[in-house]
Design a protein around this ligand. Sequence first.
Ligand code: ACM
Length: 267
Amino acid sequence: MKVGIYQNYPQFGKTEENVGHALEELGKVDADLMVLPELFNTGYQFVSEEEVFNLAEEIPAGMTCRAMTGLARKKGLFLVFGLAEKDGDRLYNSAAVIGPDGLIGKYRKIHLFDEERSFFSPGDTGFRVFDIGKARIGVMICFDWWFPEASRALAIMGADIICHPANLVLPGCQQAMTTRSLENGVFSATANRIGVESRGGKAALTFTGKSQVLNCKGEFLTGLERDRIGISTVEIDVTQSRDKTIARQNNRFLDRRPEFYGSLTKK
Ligand code: ACM
């Protein structure tokens, strides 16, 4: 199957333009699965909860999900993208998984980063793996990379590919995902954005680009530069992720000793 990443530079608050750009660029792509950045349609640096509320959308009733469903249907494509989700009076930093028949599922970011804590409720969906036919995909969002438990949980749940919408500002993620892919024997697709946001007198945030797809040995398959928007795709054999062998007598999952990992699930 062919997997790809879309790296953008959204104009803050211009949801229709940002979605329009994605539709135009992804409309030219031949792929089975495309991963887009976190909050790809709005931009990142909100200044108030009210501002988030005005830009957030329902999943799947909102404009962004409807537009992306149209694209998925036309292209026979599966899409994973981040957006601010409105559910009643609650706001979540979410990712939607959409296919040719519409919404497959959503994930609400579990580990909120820095000021996101002022604007979004912590995710309550748990980690989720979705079967899209050609692969089982697990979803995590940006700062979840910092917590190896996130990728591990997704891999144990059977993910072949970790789809990772991101708006990265800290260094280290692209390298860390090498280990996340290697230790779990999964492909990973991190879709990041580029550019700078400095709103409401707040310190500027610089996003690190370098979106990438890694194989299940943690090897780099394809990626984008630090400072350019674009799309990149790569053909993968997803069945490679189902062999969890490390050495003749070792297996990533069969060798686990969860009886000694209790401290990981204590508060
Ligand atoms: C982040 O989680 N967007 C840094």
